[in-house]
Design a protein around this ligand. Structure first.
Ligand code: PAU
Ligand code: NA
Length: 579
């Protein structure tokens, strides 16, 4: 084998395909800058004139949180730890049904322009601003990760300049987001999602062919112990079990698909509530497909490469770089396919960071600037929104550098951020929607408490990291259980942590649920101590009559007393066709 780390070739065809992706995305941006209302109002720039159909919206909804982080990170996870992670697919059921039937109806009917406006209607201006700032923090950290991950992995195996790719993708994305507004973001998402799926399918087809057919792949992964059974261990410190993934994952999905501004903005841009609900339903099969494709990719890599040591050809010991190396190695000799896979990675990344730029511009404009300057002209506001989209684009480049300094698996970092920061925001919305007694002081205290707890456990887990039994080249014949690279790994498995150590080793899949429940708990206690809100003071339409629905068997007058139901305004029946 060639010992040089840069042996993998990228031909002219490959460069052309990659350039085609960037060019087509830019063209979509330019098209929406010149057509329709020419992006002259904030309604068009930030909310696509509330005119979108469910098909583009649903593809755009998957694209928001399916970045190169998942495309690289999930196969790396399956390759090293087996298929347990796949059970997160179970979380998609409740994870999407509840947003469709609880969060969308409440948020859509309030005719919001940003998700955080809800917090002002339900609580107070201060809660809205704190919620907004928390979201900005989460998204800025996340987008740095999203732009860095593919550039890093590509650099490690092909030698394509890291900061060159970061700069090129960041600038192209900033440009089309600034030019074409949310319409361009949604339609580039559609195009990029198709490219993303095609790239993954190409890798899978070639991989299966090179390994010797599906049955050979199955035989190898089965013998290698990569097909995980249902792990029903209730221990919350176990990283991935059925419970952490399928139940903890539900909170993660609610934080992402229920209340995250990127997604809420897409629901609000739908032309009717029905279209919004329908698009949420359509996410289910596509998200399952995305998960299945990346899990299968991990299995194929295991079948094809396990037992071979390629670490000397990588400049990095990270499993993320290994995934790219395997893909590029498999695709050599198929001109155009390496380019397609790189386009797949960057499609995934672009569609995520463009959503981030636009949603950040939206919340900064709608939640922080407009309330301060209510007399601002539409022209000014639109110009400022564009400047904001551009500002966040450039900030993203700076954040890529911050990510560069972190050392963990990108999938782990992304899921930790979603849980640590997204969980408390979810808690805030749940507190407002399901608990009519919660008052603004309770909400602020809950958010502060939830964030403190989440940073405590999150930072504690980083500082108390024990070297896990991770290994880049696992033993392929024996299963995962006996697969420990050193004696220290065995010790970490047998020693049960105690006290705070145990708290710090809470599985990151529980972060969303843990912090969400903490916010609700603290919020309710403080609300009752400071005097719960009276039913008539709650803004109509901001409370979802959850208790009323759960206690349906009680007589009407008892229910009224117990759960002070502020009913949702009647849904206007709309008869719009899909798309
Ligand atoms: C959002 C989920 C968890 C849904 O399966 C998945 O897309 C994921 O693991 N995303 C990781 C973050 C990312 O891809 O940027
Ligand atoms: Na994406």
């Amino acid at each position: 084998m060639d010992p040089s780390p840069h042996k993998l070739l990228f031909t002219a065809v490959d460069y052309a395909i990659f350039a085609g992706l960037l060019g087509a995305s830019l063209a979509i941006g330019v098209y929406y800058a010149l057509s329709g209302g020419r992006q002259r109002t904030t309604q068009e720039f930030l909310l696509a004139d509330r005119s979108m159909g469910c098909l583009p919206v649903s593809l755009s909804l998957i694209a928001s949180f399916q970045s190169a982080v998942a495309i690289i990170g999930v196969p790396a996870e399956i390759y090293t730890h087996g298929t347990q992670y796949w059970f997160i697919g179970c979380a998609y059921i409740l994870g999407l049904l509840v947003p469709a039937h609880v969060f969308i109806p409440v948020l859509y009917r309030l005719k919001l322009s940003s998700a955080y406006q809800y917090l002002e209607l339900r609580f107070s201006k201060a809660v809205r601003i704190c919620g907004t700032l928390t979201f900005i923090f989460q998204t800025v950290v996340y987008m740095g990760l999203c732009i860095y991950a593919p550039a890093f992995a590509l650099n490690a195996v092909t030698g394509i300049k890291l900061w060159g790719t970061v700069l090129a993708t960041g600038l192209v994305c900033t440009l089309y987001t600034t030019l074409g507004g949310l319409k361009a973001v949604i339609w580039t998402d559609v195009f990029q999602t198709v490219v993303m799926f095609s790239g993954q399918v190409a890798v899978i087809v070639v991989g299966v062919y090179q390994t010797g057919g599906p049955s050979e792949v199955w035989k190898k992964v089965w013998e290698g112990g990569r097909i995980s059974g249902l792990n029903l261990n209730p221990d919350p410190t176990e990283r991935h079990t059925f419970w952490t993934l399928a139940l903890g994952g539900v909170f993660l999905m609610w934080a992402l698909y229920g209340v995250n501004q990127s997604q809420v903005q897409r629901y609000l841009s739908s032309r009717s509530e029905r279209e919004a609900v329908r698009s949420c339903y359509m996410v289910f099969p596509s998200l399952q497909l995305a998960l299945a494709l990346s899990c299968v990719m991990g299995l194929i890599m295991f079948a094809r490469y396990c037992g071979e040591d390629h670490s000397h050809q990588l400049q990095s010991t990270k499993a993320d770089a290994m995934v790219i190396y395997f893909v590029m190695d498999m695709l050599q000799g198929f001109p155009g396919l390496p380019g397609l896979f790189v386009a797949c990675l960057f499609s995934a990344a672009l569609s995520t960071i463009s959503s981030a730029f636009n949603s950040l511009a939206t919340v900064t404009m709608e939640d922080l600037i407009k309330p301060q300057f209510p007399a601002m002209s539409e022209r000014r506001a639109t110009l400022l929104s564009k400047a904001l989209a551009m500002f966040y684009g450039l900030l993203c480049l700076a954040m890529a550098y911050v990510t560069h300094l972190m050392g963990d698996s990108v999938l782990l970092v992304a899921l930790k951020i979603f849980g640590m920061v997204g969980g408390p925001i979810l808690g805030l919305f749940c507190l407002g929607m399901f608990f009519p007694w919660a008052n603004p002081i309770g909400a602020l205290a809950g958010l502060a408490g939830g964030l403190s707890l989440s940073f405590w456990v999150g930072i504690g887990s980083i500082l108390n990291q024990t070297p896990g039994p991770r290994t880049l080249v696992p033993d392929c014949r024996s299963g995962l259980v006996s697969n420990s690279s050193s004696s220290s790994a065995v010790i970490t498995v047998t020693l049960r942590p105690s006290g705070l150590q145990r708290f710090y080793s809470l599985s990151y899949m529980w972060y969303s649920g843990f912090t969400c429940v903490s916010v609700i708990f603290i919020g309710l206690i403080i609300s009752f101590l400071t005097g719960p809100i009276r039913e008539e003071d709650v803004t109509p339409g901001t409370v979802f009559p959850l208790l009323g629905k759960l206690l349906f068997f009680l007589p009407e007058n008892v229910k009224q007393k117990l759960c002070c139901v502020t009913p949702l305004p009647q849904m206007v029946r709309e008869k719009h066709m899909c798309v």
